[in-house]
Design a protein around this ligand. Sequence first.
Ligand SMILES: [Zn+2]
Ligand SMILES: [Zn+2]
Length: 141
Amino acid sequence: MKTYAGGCLCGAIRYEITADAGPSRVCWCRDCQRISSNGTVNVIFPSEAIKVSGTPGRHEKTADSGNTVTRRFCPACGSHLFSDSSGRPGLTVVRVGTLDEPSSVRPTTNIWVASSPSWACVDQSLEQFSGPPAAASPAKK
Ligand SMILES: [Zn+2]
Ligand SMILES: [Zn+2]
């Protein structure tokens, strides 16, 4: 298993992960655009493998799928770090830009491409889904 470390912009929230990285995707859903101003680059880990220091703020939102998505962010600097979905229990999405070494994972897929802005830099060499990824769960965001 590998280890990963990361944290928010100001350093109030830090995390360590001991696990092999799961799927990594670029998400162009409108919710991701609102929190990041662009697509978010995400990687999935087992929730239990993530040890967080500091106390993130939380925001819950019902997704188009009907699932409840809970996003965690630094209450001091606002950096978004994690996202959990009721449709994906036991797995947590980590924002790749918060890793100390963001090159340690590589996205393979673009999802929700249909809602990307006309100027988006969508890597055409990656797998594309106009909405959620077809495999696994239709509820991924
Ligand atoms: Zn912070
Ligand atoms: Zn998204």
